[in-house]
Ligand binder design. Structure first.
Ligand SMILES: *Cc1c(COP(=O)(O)O)cnc(C)c1O
Length: 395
């Protein structure tokens, strides 16, 4: 099964087999296309598998309004990492009580906004942040709901740029800091609801041993704190469940989800516990493609380059993490060429694929880049003052 396929020589996408050539007629600039039916299917599958969990979709993976509205309608909650994302969440119809706020750099005005709205919980990432939250709660004569994000120092074997649960990472707090944190919380109990603990080990987890280790490290802490604090019942196990980019293997990903659930339910089967998870990529990753147009095919003594109108400005993952994305020419052909597919940006890192065998294309043809529903448009920028790509939803 693949979400992209050639049918009678047409490239079709999504559950409804949408013919992608339809949107090339009035083509002006690169287009992200998202399949809402696929997102719905993935969310419902996750909801069904992760019994007793509250699912907080990590908006930074894909913050498209229609995608967010759909997830809200389906009963999903939200994990945000900035004031901008809080506002986008409200625009999409999410109630403040459905929003968790994570991130290491929350500013005063962002925290003020979170407290004014009385969002569900703030995942605190440092002692100075806790002190800042207390100060703002005092000024506003209110009470902040907090969860402590702990860093269990485990290695999930992913790209170093997306690992977040190692001791050298800026995220979360070392377990040795707990006594000091607890003291601060106890001293300021009239301004805090201490709700629980959280972890997030990073992205593209495919091997769950380290995740299991992390849960085991935090479990005794959870048990101890629950005895001491009346509001304490949240165990937020973060996001990071991986997907396959080389080849779409949905069965494999569903098995991974089941294994993830088993690790949680086996280790955290307490009577009084609220389990939370923060998936991003697993829900939306496969649900997006990027359509771009070939501008030139250029050759030198060593290589052939297909230069398209979209690059690291629209899709940063290949340049930032050497990430792999499949490339599907809109028109298939038996005639193949071995090429580097590159963008227009004035950086040598601006490359989408290297030494890739694809159906032969020429000027004005279209290419479709697969599996860009997560961390695609949401990471886009205007470097070199190219325009942002368009986004449309189908399904
Ligand atoms: C990015 C992020 C997530 C989502 O990660 P995925 O790999 O997309 O599932 C969840 N929680 C936090 C705190 C994050 O920063």
């Amino acid at each position: 099964m693949s979400i992209l396929q050639y049918k009678k020589n047409k490239l079709v996408f999504g559950e409804s087999e949408f013919d992608l050539s339809q949107i090339t007629k009035d083509y002006e600039k690169p287009i992200y296309i998202y399949d809402l039916s696929f997102i719905k299917k993935r969310f419902l599958l996750m909801q069904q598998t992760l019994q007793d969990f509250e699912i907080y979709y990590a908006m930074k993976a894909n913050s498209n309004l229609e995608v967010l509205r759909l997830l809200n309608k389906l009963g999903c909650s939200l994990d945000v990492v900035s004031g901008g994302e809080i506002k986008r969440g409200l625009d999409a119809g999410f109630l403040p009580d459905k929003i968790i706020y994570s991130g290491v750099g929350k500013t005063k005005s962002e925290l003020e906004l979170a407290l004014e709205l009385n969002i569900r919980q703030i995942n605190v990432e440092s002692l100075p942040e806790l002190i800042r939250i207390i100060k703002i709660a005092k000024q506003k004569k209110t009470k902040a709901s907090i969860v402590l994000r702990l860093n269990p120092d485990v290695d999930i074997q992913t790209h170093p740029y997306i690992a977040t649960g190692l001791k050298e990472n800026k995220f979360g707090m070392e377990l040795s800091l707990l006594p000091e944190l607890i003291k601060k919380i106890e001293e300021n109990s009239e301004h805090l609801y201490f709700k629980g603990i959280s972890l997030h080990l990073g992205s593209q987890m495919h091997e769950l041993t380290a995740f299991n280790d992390a849960i085991l490290k935090l479990k005794p802490i959870f048990i101890d704190l629950q005895k001491r604090f009346p509001d304490f019942n949240v165990f937020d196990v973060g996001g990071g469940l991986g997907i396959k980019y080389e080849k779409q293997e949905f069965n494999y990903e569903e098995d991974l989800l089941k294994e993830y659930f088993q690790i949680c339910s086996k280790n955290l089967n307490f009577k009084k516990i609220q389990l939370q998870t923060e998936p991003g990529r697993w829900i939306v990753g496969h649900a997006g493609v990027l359509l771009a147009q070939v501008q030139y095919v250029k050759s030198n003594m060593h290589k052939d380059f297909v230069i398209i109108d979209s690059g690291m400005n629209h899709l940063m993952r290949p340049s930032l993490y050497q990430a792999y994305h499949e490339i599907w020419p809109l028109i298939n052909s038996e005639d193949k060429i071995m090429v580097d597919v590159v963008g227009p940006i004035c950086e040598s890192a601006d490359s989408i694929a290297q030494n890739r065998l694809i159906a032969k294309v020429t000027e004005d043809d279209f290419l479709v880049i697969a599996d860009v529903g997560a961390y695609g448009f949401s990471m886009a920028n205007q470097y070199n003052l190219h325009e942002f790509p368009k986004e449309i939803c189908i399904g």
